[in-house]
Design a protein. Sequence first.
Length: 238
Amino acid sequence: MVQIQDILPDSLGTLKFHHVVPVCVDCGLMAYQEALELQVRLHEAVLTGSMPSVILLVEHPPVITLGLHKEHNILVLPQKRLDDLGIDVVQVRRGGGGTVHNPGQLVVYPIIKLQDFGFHVAPFVHYLEQIAMDVLQHSGVPSGRRNRYPGLWVEGRKIASVGIQIARGVSMHGIAINLYNDLGIFGHIVPCGIDGVEMTSAAREGAHDVPMRQLKEVVQSSCVSLIPEFVGPRRVST
C-alpha cells in the first residue's frame, strides 16, 4: 500500500509504475475539500492514462456532504448552527443524498477506469459494497445489502453508505464504512434522505478491536481478489 506522504504533491505520476490492479493509497486523516481536489487531479490522470487506477483510503474531520438527489439532502440543523459547530457542508456531484464523514469512519474512494477491468456500473457498485462487507466481516460484523437501498445494513441498521460519480468512464467518490466513528453527527441530517433510518457502526455492533491499519489492508487485498467476481472479460488499454 502506498502512503500519501510518500508521494510528492506534484508527482502523483510516481504511481504510473504500478500496473494491472488498482493501487491503494493511504491518505490518513485528510480534510474533505483537500481529498476532493485530490480525486479531481487523479481522475484526470487516470482518464488520460498517465497513471493507473487508484483507490484512496481516507478518514475525514467532521463534514456533511450533499449528493445530486436534492430531495434526499435533508439537514436537521440550520446552516448557521452547523457553522457554529465547525461542521462544513459541501455539495458534491455524486449519487445519493446527504451523508456525513468523521474520524473513525473509513472512506474508500475508487478512481478507476471501468473499461480497463470490464466493470459495468451496477456490478461496480456491488464490488465496492463487497469490499466494505469484507472489511466489516474482518472486524467481526456481518452485513448485507437491502433491496432498493444502496449501501450495507446490519439487521435494518445502516452501516455503510455508497455514492459514486462516473465521468467519462472513470469513477470518483465511493463508499463510507462506519467503524469506530461517533454516530452523533448523523443526528444533524436525515441520512440519505431515508426517514426513520437508524445508523450504526462496527463498534456499536460489538466489533473486535481491529486497528484501522489492518482494515485498510483488507481493502487492499479485497479490491484485487474480488475483481473477477464482478466483471466480464477484461479489456486491456493500449
